[in-house]
Each structure stands twice: as C-alpha cells, then as structure tokens.
Design a binder for this molecule. Structure first.
Ligand SMILES: [Zn+2]
Length: 534
C-alpha cells in the first residue's frame, strides 16, 4: 500500500515572476495536479503539506519539517512534488533526504514535471544535476532581486517597509515619501530645542513631559501594524536620548534618502549584516524636506562639537568647545579647583589634563576672567559699529563685499552646473532604457553590466565636478552672508551687560589661548562671527 505525502510550496520566485497573471505554480494548481496524479494510481493520500512564501533554500519551513517527521515515523512512503525544486533547491537537503534518509526510511520520492523518481536507479544523476541547476538558479535569482532593488534605490525610490518618523508613504506611490504634518512639527521642534542649547536628554524629557507620543507609539496610534520588539513588553515607550540623536542626524529630513545599509549574508542565510558606509546608496532631493538646509548645517556643526552638559545644572557651559589651545590645538576644558572662595571654575588645555601632559601651555585660565575678556571685545565691536555714521558703516561692511571677478565666477559656475545636470538626466534616461532592454532580453546581463559600469563612471565624473562647483558657490555665498549676519547681529544689540550661551554662539566663532610668557602675559585671540570693524 502506498501512503502519499503531497508537498506544495509557494516560493519567493513566484512573487517576482514577470507575468503576474501566470498562476500555474499557485498552491491550488500544484495541489490539484498532484492529487490527480495520486488518485489515478489509487494511492492513499495521507496529507497535503503546504508552505507559503518560503524560499527553497530555507531549512525552517514548518510544513516541510512536519513532512520529514511523518516520513521518519513511517506514516508516509511516497513524497510527491511538482518538481524537485519545490521540495528543495538546496543541494545539501536533496542529498541528505533523497539519497540518504529516504532510502533508510524506505520512502520513495517522485516529482512529476522533471521526472525524478528514487525508485529508478538511473535517475539519480539527473536528480543531482537538477539539484545543482536549481541551486544556481536560486543564486542568480537572489542576485537579480538584489540588483533590481539596488537599481530602485539608485533611482531614489523609497524601499523601506515603514516611512521614517515625520513622513508617510504617498498613498498613490508607495515608493515615495510625503510629509506627515503632525510628526513633522515634532521633528522641527527637536531641531529647534537642540539649537536653543538643550542636550539630548533634556529634549527627550521635554517631549515626555508634554506627552508627545514617541515614533513607535505614534505609529501604533495611527493604525500601523508595526511592532517594535521592545514595545511588545512595554505598552508606552518614552522618548530617549537615542531617538533624539537619531532624528538629529537623519538626512531624510533634508530630503535625502540613504538606503541599503544592510544586506543578507547570502541567499541561503537570511541573517542581516551591516554594509560599510561607502556601499550605502545615497539619493538626494527625493522628497520634500522638513528641516531647511541652514538649520541642518547648524545642528550638524553643533553636534560635531557636542559636549557633555554640566553635571550640576544639566546645561551646557557657554564656552564649551569654543576655547582652544593656541600651542597644541586641543580644546580647553572646564575644571573646578578648590580655592579659599570655594570651588572656582577654570579652563585648561586638554593635553595638559591627559596623563602625558605634552603641551607647553600649562597654565589654566579662570572662567570669569576669560568671560569678561570676551564681553569687553564684543562691546568694543558694538561701540565701533554705533560710533560710525550710516555711510561709514555701509562702506566698512561692504568692503568685504563681492567684486566683479567673483560675480563673473558665479555666472559661469551656474551655467556649468545646469549643463552638468542636463547631462546626468540624459544618462539616467539612457540607463532606464538599458535596464528595460535587459528585462526584455534585448541585451544580456553581461552587456548590461558593461554598459552600466561605463555609465556609472561618466556620471561619477559629472557628479565630482558638480560637488566642486557647489563648494565654490557655497564659499562665495558664505562671504556674502557674513555681511548680512554681521549687520543683523550688530542691529540686534546696543550693549551687552551679561554674557550668555546665546550671545556667545551668536558672536564668537573660536577663541585661542596661548601660553603664559616671561612677562606673565598670554595671547587670547578672539575670532568673531561678525565682521571686525577695527
Ligand atoms: Zn595645549
């Protein structure tokens, strides 16, 4: 008596099939074909084992495992499949079961479309060759899918399962991000709070106190099926420093997409591994920005100088990361020394604090002294400004203004930029066409790869030149803005009585403190953000 176990599988490759209407491999079709085959032979069908969406390489298919179990327990003596590949595309599994365990358990394997039958001795080589071809196929397929995903990423299409906080997927185009107005406001607030001088922890506390839902909770409240592993255990999550830090550095908020940060180990092993930074896919201006570029730039600059808040008040000391050693370039850090007046804050070259002490600038400087010095310098500049009459002010400020040569430079850069962008757009069209040709089989994979390499090299060159031009234009613009900034800052204050973090940030770029010389004096160079009117 033959007891048959029918095994059917809907696989990954069906999902990516070119012709979506072709459902000859659907579960229902596989089942009816195999049942008919068994009934025609009067075989007793013990069970139908069916796995959905499992890769032929995956060893953890639940129904597959049950089938094997039933074979081992003697419930089944024929395993029936449409093709050997439905059973498995993995050479090792074919060998292990078809040519080893099944023989031991007296189980016969039959796949009807590719005529595999373990009862036919001559059939073994064909089955092994089939197995090998199937394995190659799976490898190719997995590479094709990866290539196609990579192409989509390079085209700037959003491929994530969930939109990043602040955005949602466009209902009309799931590969496009549009702004989520509610969450976008929170993102803006986080950037503003950071610029106002709050650290990550304080921002998180601020949002928690206001009862603003975290990205995870917000997603849930909006009906997303998204379940974060942590959130499973804790219903309400809280804003954390980590979340704030991530939001403050995500380029998605200035309209850029960075994708392809991770990949699978291989088509057989679905463990996720991170890719090195240089392999990430960057696409610029793919969607509307939430944060303007100026705010972004200021936040990144501030982050690069990020300092630990003072332990006592949780605030950042106004001169932290503003004062540097003129001798060795290290930062001057704040330290408390016990004196007869209690604890007094000082600044000292960091190289001196470290064990090696290798800097000649060994004297510290009292915070109140350097603060006074800065305050005086700012007030001097303010006095200079207000002592000038209107005409003189304009002249002095405009002296640094753009000359004719610079204006001509800007014009020619703008023209070159436009022409480069046109060239890139043309190449992109050409590339898309090429990709379609590949899909339609007009050109081969090798030809496609060859063209793509050539194409990417050309585009790379254009982009390199574009970056140079953008940098030059930015330099010129910075100079221009410097005048405007100076004017607006001067106009904002008449005289400053007390130094604060906001004022230091507005006026001071960097301060360099030299060593104490034999006359017991030391250089303190103050570089201001405003144009010096001396
Ligand atoms: Zn030093």
């Amino acid at each position: 008596m033959y007891n048959v176990g029918i095994y059917v599988r809907l696989s990954d490759e069906d999902r990516y099939k070119r012709d979506k209407s072709d459902d000859s491999d659907s579960i229902a079709n596989q089942k009816s074909m195999l049942l008919k085959y068994a009934l025609n032979r009067n075989w007793n069908v013990v069970g139908i084992y069916s796995d959905d969406d499992w890769s032929g390489a995956d060893r953890n298919r639940p129904q597959f495992n049950k089938l094997i179990q039933d074979c081992e327990n003697g419930l089944i003596n024929i395993v029936l499949c449409k093709t050997q590949a439905r059973f498995s595309r993995d050479m090792e599994i074919i060998e292990k079961y078809l040519h080893d365990k099944f023989i031991e358990w007296r189980v016969r394997f039959i796949s009807i479309v590719d005529n595999a039958d373990t009862n036919v001795r001559e059939n073994k080589k064909a089955r092994q060759i089939n197995g090998l071809i199937n394995e190659w196929y799976l490898e190719d397929l997995s590479r094709d899918i990866r290539d196609s995903l990579q192409n989509k990423r390079e085209d700037g299409l959003f491929l994530g399962s969930f939109a990043p906080y602040g955005y949602m997927k466009d209902p009309n185009d799931k590969n496009k991000l549009i702004i989520d107005l509610v969450a976008a406001e929170v993102v803006k607030e986080i950037y503003a709070l950071y610029l106002s001088g709050l650290g990550y922890h304080k921002i998180a506390t601020n949002l928690n106190n206001k009862g603003i839902p975290t990205p995870t909770n917000y997603k849930k409240e909006n009906g997303s099926k998204f379940v974060c592993k942590k959130a499973k255990y804790k219903e309400k999550t809280k804003w954390s420093q980590d979340t704030i830090a991530k939001i403050l550095q995500n380029e998605v908020y200035i309209g850029n997409l960075i994708q392809g940060k991770s990949t699978y180990v291989s088509y057989k092993n679905h463990k996720v591994i991170s890719k090195p930074k240089e392999q990430w896919t960057y696409s610029y201006g793919t969607h509307e920005a939430i944060i303007d570029i100026e705010t972004w730039r200021r936040v990144q600059e501030k982050k690069s100088k990020r300092t630990k808040p003072l332990k006592t008040t949780g605030e950042i000391y106004m001169l932290s990361c503003k004062v540097y050693c003129k001798e060795c370039g290290a930062v001057f850090t704040r330290q408390l020394y016990t004196t007869k007046d209690g604890k007094t804050p000082y600044l000292k070259c960091k190289s001196r604090i470290l064990a090696s002490r290798d800097c000649i600038n060994k004297e510290s400087i009292r915070c109140d002294i350097i603060e006074k010095y800065i305050l005086d310098e700012i007030n001097k500049q303010l006095d200079n400004y207000y002592n000038l009459n209107e005409l003189e002010r304009n002249y002095k400020l405009q002296k640094a203004a753009l000359d004719d040569e610079t204006i001509n430079k800007v014009k020619s850069y703008d023209e070159e930029k436009e022409s480069l962008n046109e060239k890139i757009a043309r190449k992109n069209d050409y590339y898309k066409k090429l990709y379609e040709d590949k899909l339609e089989g007009i050109i081969t994979q090798e030809e496609f790869v060859m063209f793509r390499t050539k194409f990417s090299k050309e585009v790379e060159e254009y982009k390199k030149r574009l970056t140079i031009i953008e940098d030059e234009l930015k330099n010129i613009k910075d100079k221009e803005e410097h005048i405007n900034i100076s004017e607006s800052v001067f106009e904002k204050y008449r005289h400053i009585d007390k130094l604060s973090k906001d004022i230091v940030d507005e006026f001071v770029d960097v301060i360099k403190v030299g060593k104490v010389d034999h006359l017991n004096t030391r250089d303190i160079d103050i570089h201001l953000n405003i144009i010096n009117l001396d």
